[in-house]
Design a protein around this ligand. Structure first.
Ligand code: V47
Ligand code: SF4
Length: 385
């Protein structure tokens, strides 16, 4: 996939002169450089950046906005990196108060709570007691009970952890988990790839090149995956662009990424929030929208850019639908990770609320499956399109 020309863009109308050469490239369908991306991040003309991203997005997806009926399940919060991922509010040491690890029955009971769900999104801590067998049994049991539900599970960091504790190559772990029912990998654990930032916020976590390599191996096995970036803490604009460049390069090589999701850092109940003196203050609406818009313009080989309403609120997510976003994190049931870190959003949205949100932005809701096959388009809107 390469950038498409967007003839409706008139570069001469950009309010910020620095945006005009970039607008001309987007209009011609020319790839942006990392330096263009930095200019987009720094431009005072947020609406100009958003209008470019919106035009690029509509050129691909028209007025369609995807969502999936998914359910988050976090089977264990026990994590060996509890002390070194200083942005994380969710992890616990094994004997710490609040530590938990679900039994299979607990996983199956949580999974049975919502019969409408079509995707389980399963991520957790790096737990020494949750190895290959734990997840193999979990996925096989889930597939047996819910054969129609897609399993998107285990970040690259968790896959590498299982490989380490089982003393197995990553390829074998992925192959065995796929045989048990794993369909795709979520995009978490990427944080920010820059060495300096990783040393500051996630020392001892899987290195950038290893995160990328797990996804490369997954793609080579035909396992699609997502990509994320955790923004809004100590990273610079150059760090953000280095991160996006590495993702774009891997996508050029494999084409295996489905969607990109920027994750807004939440500072409550974690060490980094205290160090930054930011407890209670998450990212700004400007930065949330800009991260999405720049991603839409720079990641020209990603088909989808997703807004995570749990992290940035339904209100910002709705506006994001005119800032380059074509996908909305769906009806998430009982989200835990960001609520531990201070998210004040609801823990789930009902289908009607999702439809209202998308329609309110003048867009057409399209329910998708995990691989972006259309399940149904909401015809009332399609007829009016
Ligand atoms: O890797 C942890 C992030 C990620 C905080 O693939 C935090 O569709 C903000 O993988 N503030 C895990 N973020 C979540 C994840 C994900 C989420 C949504 C969609 C998809 C997808 C994947 O959560 C972690 C980390 O980057 N995280 N703590 C925090 N305090
Ligand atoms: Fe563990 Fe993930 Fe939290 Fe890091 S972000 S401490 S790896 S659960």
């Amino acid at each position: 996939m390469s950038p498409k020309p967007v003839p409706e863009i008139d570069p001469g109308r950009m309010g910020d002169p620095a945006l005009r050469p970039i607008a001309a490239k987007v209009a011609r369908g020319e790839r942006l450089t990392a330096s263009d991306g930095a200019t987009l991040f720094r431009s005072p003309d947020l609406l100009g950046v958003g209008s470019l991203a919106d035009a690029a997005n509509r050129g691909r997806h028209g007025r369609r906005v995807y969502f999936a009926a998914n359910q988050h399940i976090n089977p264990t919060n026990v994590c060996i990196l509890r002390k070194t991922c200083v942005f994380c509010s969710y992890a616990r040491l094994p004997k710490e108060s609040g530590a938990y690890r679900y039994t299979m029955d607990q996983v199956y009971a949580e999974a049975a709570a919502n019969p409408y769900v079509r995707e389980f999104h399963i991520v957790g801590g790096l737990d020494m007691q949750a190895g290959l067998e734990y997840y193999r049994e979990m996925f096989a049991g889930l597939k047996q009970r819910h054969p129609q539900v897609h399993i998107k599970a285990l970040t690259a960091v968790e896959i590498a952890h299982i490989a380490r504790i089982e003393k197995m190559p990553v390829e074998q772990v992925l192959t065995e988990l796929r045989a048990a029912g794993l369909d795709t990998l979520p995009g978490g654990g990427a944080e920010v790839f820059s060495k300096g930032v990783r040393a500051t916020i996630a020392d001892r976590k899987l290195a950038a090149e290893d995160w990328i390599n797990v996804h490369r191996i997954a793609h080579s096995l035909g396992i699609r995956s997502n990509a994320t970036m955790l923004y809004g803490h100590v990273e610079s604009i150059e760090d953000r662009m280095e991160h996006l460049q590495l993702l774009r390069d891997l996508q050029d090589e494999t084409g295996g990424f489905l969607t990109y999701i920027p994750l807004a850092y939440h500072p409550d109940h974690n060490e980094l929030g205290v160090t930054l003196g930011r407890t209670g203050t998450a990212t700004t609406g400007h930065d949330d929208l800009r991260n999405l818009a720049v991603a839409r313009l720079f990641l020209d080989n990603f088909a989808h850019v997703k807004t995570h309403w749990i992290m940035v609120t339904q209100f910002i997510s709705q506006i994001a639908l005119t800032f380059g976003v074509n996908d909305l994190e769906g009806t998430v049931v009982r989200e835990k990770i960001y609520h531990e870190a201070g998210a004040h959003t609801p823990q789930g949205l009902a289908l009607d609320d999702v439809l209202k949100l998308i329609r309110g932005a003048g867009r057409i809701p399209v329910e998708r499956d995990a691989l972006y096959n259309v399940i149904r388009t909401f015809e009332r809107d399609a007829a009016a399109a």
